[in-house]
Design a protein around this ligand. Structure first.
Ligand SMILES: Cc1cc2nc3c(=O)[nH]c(=O)nc-3n(C[C@H](O)[C@H](O)[C@H](O)COP(=O)(O)OP(=O)(O)OC[C@H]3O[C@@H](n4cnc5c(N)ncnc54)[C@H](O)[C@@H]3O)c2cc1C
Length: 587
């Protein structure tokens, strides 16, 4: 039976056509009854033997699937013509693009990173849990499993060289019901297959490692625990900013508000990218466009996978609510197990409860298949799911913000990192869903390898810069200093004595440091990601006008030009002073 016949048998109420090309890419056309069904069909198709990946062009009866229109960007770029000539264009300033930019900054290459939004870390990289997973959750034998474990290990060097917070808190699963021990053995076996450092330990040892077990009166009840010490926590945007700054200090340039609308090719080779800021000639294109990577790949003539957004909603709690455990702990119960099995069957993976290096508890994420790549809504069902993953001590009143991000999932549910076999010089870094953050250092290394091997094969071996500097130092963080250190800092520079964000104790000095950094932010959210101003209980209610004022002053811009998060999100519409003066005159 052909794949098409098999699929029709499985989904009898649906019109499906399936065509496999010589590259083993299966293209699905036809129409079905719901978005959920469309995703299900894609997953089913991807499981047939010999299918490399699935391009799902099916439609849904009665649903218009939103699609990005690149026409205005294309038209703007065509008018401008050729504006640059470089060696490498990286598309996307998420953790993948910034990691690769930093890796390539070692070489004597002219590298330009283009990003359609106004800043670093505005896609999935800003809306995740910041877990540097040990690697036990990925299916053995997948690229995800390999790069997750490697990436986790490499984070220690990244954190040392780039000076961001990495807390190796470890992960612990434990059971108090002896009947549930096999569940821990099953996870242990996958962890071992993937090469994750893991240990099965008794209750006494578990309580020595995790003081929370004693505090919560569970120490004597633990029958078995699985301990994985390499689990880490980061603030994800902090990592992306650190990578971008180090890359910039080593010569990489960043163009923001720059949307790629086409990939230019000649004789099967990349020759450039067409953007709204003009044509950039280049030898290599690295596609790190997150949820849009499939569309960019198609622009390069390589239509070989479709991404379906899997939205995740996360609740962030006030710091006053303290985590109950130091490690990321999971008390394995029947209810929890049933939910995990249900999620695995549905090819989705929601998360539980964790915390951040700064001490906020995160609840969720949920995992819901949605048709719209731009869907960042926080619907009640997802909120309920996220909040339901904690224990009874968490209340809705503890939440200071809900947010959502989309995982760029393909139908094979694995990363796609390879030089295109259709367009030479075009490298896909696609389907980087979770654990993309944890895998980022290994992804960057892998792409470095693809480029160096390719150049060598052409007899153009890449040369390393003798003066490459891997070190980037963070700027002073007032809230983390002792009283004496704070006094000393204020003596040297009084702007550190002016508190702008009261919730997080962020000073004007820190905001000025961010504004004058190697990759300067231009929006209020850009300042938030770099300094934490606006991340506290009041969510910017107090400090937002001050941040706006400082940004306008330092960047010599009008107040009405300052946006919350880039184009179209201006905070102030116009000055009301002339209006007031006019009224005064009339009076
Ligand atoms: C809710 C949630 C929780 C998660 N939790 C974790 C976790 O705890 N640990 C973990 O390891 N992973 C986690 N992940 C996954 C992780 O966030 C992603 O794998 C990772 O951030 C992907 O980074 P990226 O750089 O590939 O993509 P992105 O961060 O999405 O960056 C892509 C960039 O490309 C830009 N772009 C797109 N199209 C164009 C264009 N045409 N021109 C120019 N620029 C373009 C976008 O604006 C964007 O900035 C989570 C994801 C979600 C959604």
């Amino acid at each position: 039976m052909s794949i098409e016949q098999e699929l029709r048998k499985h989904f009898p109420d649906v019109q499906i056509h399936a065509a496999m090309d010589e590259r083993k890419i299966l293209t699905l056309t036809g129409s079905c009854n719901s978005w959920g069904q469309l995703v299900q069909i894609g997953h089913k198709a991807a499981k047939y033997k010999g299918v490399r990946n699935v391009v799902n062009k099916m439609t849904v009866n009665g649903l218009t699937i939103p699609k990005k229109d690149y026409t205005p960007y294309r038209q703007a770029g065509e008018k401008l013509g050729v504006v640059e000539n470089v060696d490498v264009v990286i598309i996307g300033a998420g953790i993948s693009g910034c990691g690769i930019a930093r890796e390539l900054s070692k070489y004597d290459l002219n590298v330009l990173l283009v990003e359609m939004s106004g800043d670093v870390a505005t896609g999935a990289t800003k809306s995740n849990n910041g877990n540097i997973h040990p690697g036990y959750a990925a299916k053995p034998g997948t690229l995800k499993a390999k790069l997750n474990v490697e990436g986790n290990r490499m984070y220690t060097d990244w954190a040392e060289q780039l000076d961001f917070d990495l807390q190796r808190v470890g992960a612990m699963g434990f059971v108090t019901n002896p009947w549930l021990k096999p569940a821990l053995h099953a996870v242990y076996s996958v962890a071992k297959k993937n090469g994750v450092p893991a240990q099965l330990i008794g209750g006494k040892q578990a309580a020595e490692i995790e003081p929370g077990l004693v505090k919560n009166g569970l120490a004597d009840q633990v029958k078995l625990a699985l301990w994985m010490p390499t689990m880490g926590l980061v603030e994800p945007y902090q990592v992306a900013v650190a990578l971008a700054e180090n890359a910039a200090e080593n010569g990489v340039r960043f163009w923001f508000d720059c949307t790629v609308a086409d990939i230019l090719r000649e004789n099967g080779k990349v020759t450039g990218v067409l953007t709204n800021k003009g044509i950039i000639k280049t030898k290599y294109v690295i596609n790190c466009a997150g949820i849009y990577a499939d569309e960019i790949s198609a622009m390069a003539g390589d239509e070989s996978y479709t991404l379906h957004p899997r939205k995740g909603v996360i609740a962030i709690l006030d710091k006053a609510k303290k985590p109950e455990y130091e490690a990321l702990c999971n008390h394995v119960t029947w209810e929890g197990l049933k939910l995990t099995i249900k999620n695995m069957k549905a090819e989705t993976k929601g998360g539980g409860m964790c915390h951040t290096p700064e001490g906020n508890i995160l609840m969720g994420p949920s995992a819901v298949e949605v048709p719209d790549k731009e869907d960042k809504s926080t619907d009640p069902k997802s909120l309920g799911y996220a909040m339901g993953r904690g224990d009874s001590h968490i209340q809705y009143g503890d939440v200071i913000r809900f947010f959502a991000g989309s995982r760029p999932a393909d139908y094979k549910e694995d990363f796609i990192i390879e030089m295109s076999d259709v367009t030479d010089g075009f490298v896909n870094v696609g389907a980087i869903q979770s654990p993309g953050l944890a895998s980022a250092p290994a992804i960057a290394k892998m792409v470095e390898g693809i480029l160096t091997d390719h150049a060598k094969a052409k007899g153009e071996a890449l040369r390393k810069k003798p003066d490459w500097n891997p070190i980037r130092k963070r700027k002073p963080e007032f809230r983390k200093m002792s009283r004496e250190e704070q006094d000393e800092l204020i003596r040297k520079n009084p702007s550190y004595g002016k508190i702008v964000c009261r919730c997080e104790s962020i000073t004007e000095g820190e905001i000025l440091d961010a504004i004058h950094s190697p990759v300067p932010p231009t929006s209020v959210d850009g300042i938030k990601r770099r300094t934490r101003a606006g991340m506290g209980r009041c969510q910017g209610g107090f400090c937002q006008p001050r941040v706006l004022e400082i940004l306008a002053r330092e960047q010599n811009r009008s107040w009405t030009d300052i946006t919350l998060k880039g184009e179209g999100s201006n905070i102030l519409i116009s000055s009301n002073r002339p209006l007031a003066e006019e009224k005064e005159e009339q009076a």
